[in-house]
Design a protein around this ligand. Structure first.
Ligand SMILES: *Cc1c(COP(=O)(O)O)cnc(C)c1O
Length: 372
């Protein structure tokens, strides 16, 4: 079976893990967490980074720090992995789901901006925050959100879980323009710590508060004084050791993902499908290479590929079609539905070989020929 997306271990993972074992630092104490945070911040170009137990935990805390709470309204992408909205739900804030735009599949930020301006003119409720998800390795069109922040003080949280290393053409990386940004190191992401996440921010106060909340809100140098309700969201030293080894390979991973994308673009030419988004102003990483099928039902193609020992997967069902969020307020949703109806993700592990990739493309060609 050629898997959809598997972790790649090709560097100092075993060396650093062994150092944890030998030193006895496997849990909440040890040198790797600080070091991972510093190196990560430097890599993405952010002043501060705070390691977390998962991407979801990172989002929960970042949202809370930015003011998400009962009575507040958070605008979020409708087309995303469920964790993006679950994290909002944990804070007790209300949701405003915003449809995708066809160019990048990301949140239609122009639609949101226009609606907010109109609502403001009428004195209607505005979002307090926007959580923008950079989906599948492609950065979102952020400019309209910068305008909203400027005019209405709407804070920006970036969910960059899938887009570590993706950038805009001016060189800024996804995860460096929001008030706070979150990353994930789950096993299927471009680098992994087993499970883990990171919050980045340029604001020292936010960073200190993120560290405080993720470590049970214990007042430093106190004997068990906790000044608010915190969380056990810290990353273990073991995971951080893995993270440092993975970070050393990140540039190479991104190069491989882009190479895979180039090869797919060549091999899939002429098939009845649309290649993944690539806006002129963006440098995507193609974290999970995903196409839109012209005619064929993705469900059937997934099944055919599976019997040919190739793992493919449909893209997310929009949040507004998920039972817990069916009644959430939303702006449109038909683009997200169309992407779900036609989208298909193909094997994209960074160690995918050229030979394997030829097989995937050939099997997809046969599957689509049968379909049509
Ligand atoms: C993976 C992911 C998350 C959650 O990360 P975990 O580390 O699995 O908790 C959040 N948002 C998006 C868009 C993701 O893909």
């Amino acid at each position: 079976m050629i898997p959809l997306s598997e972790p790649t271990f090709g560097g100092n993972e075993a060396v650093y893990l062994e150092q944890c074992l030998v030193g006895g630092y496997v849990s909440s104490v040890g040198p790797f967490v600080d070091s991972f945070e510093r190196q990560f911040a430097a890599w993405v170009g952010s002043h501060h980074a705070v390691a977390c137990a998962s991407g979801t935990a990172a989002l929960h805390v970042a949202l809370q720090i930015a003011g998400a709470a009962p009575g507040r309204l958070v605008a979020v992408s409708d087309f995303t992995f469920i964790a993006s909205v679950n994290a909002v739900h944990y804070t007790g804030a209300d949701l405003l789901l915003v449809d995708s735009e066809p160019r990048t599949w990301n949140m239609n930020t122009e639609l949101l901006r226009d609606r907010v301006v109109r609502r403001a003119a009428r004195g209607h409720r505005l979002p307090d925050l926007v959580e923008i998800v950079h989906v599948l390795g492609h950065p979102a069109d952020i400019e309209p959100l910068l305008e909203l922040r400027e005019r209405f003080g709407i804070r920006i949280i970036e969910d960059a879980a899938e887009s570590l290393g993706a950038s805009w053409h001016d060189g800024r990386l996804a995860g460096t323009v929001g008030d706070l940004a979150c990353f994930s190191f789950n096993g299927n992401k471009i680098i992994t710590t087993g499970s883990g996440g990171m919050i980045t921010t340029n604001d020292a106060t936010y960073a200190a508060r993120a560290k405080h909340l993720t470590t049970q809100a214990k007042v430093p140098a106190s004997s068990y004084l906790h000044d608010e309700v915190g969380y056990n969201y810290r990353l273990s030293n073991l995971s951080a050791a893995l993270g440092i080894a993975q970070l050393e390979q990140l540039a190479d991973r991104i190069g491989r993902k882009r190479q895979i994308a180039l090869r797919y673009a060549e091999q899939l030419e002429g098939l009845p499908l649309t290649l993944p988004p690539h806006a002129t102003w963006a440098n995507p990483t193609y974290w999970l290479y995903s196409v839109l099928l012209d005619e064929a039902a993705p469900e059937n193609v997934v099944a055919r590929l599976s019997s040919a020992k190739v793992e493919a997967r449909r893209v997310w069902r929009p949040v507004h079609l998920q039972p817990p969020y069916a009644t959430a307020e939303r702006l449109l949703g038909s683009v997200a539905e169309a992407i779900h109806a036609r989208g298909l993700s193909l094997p994209s592990s960074s160690h995918l070989t050229a030979e394997q990739q030829r097989r995937v493309s050939a099997e997809l060609g046969s599957a689509l020929a049968v379909q049509n």
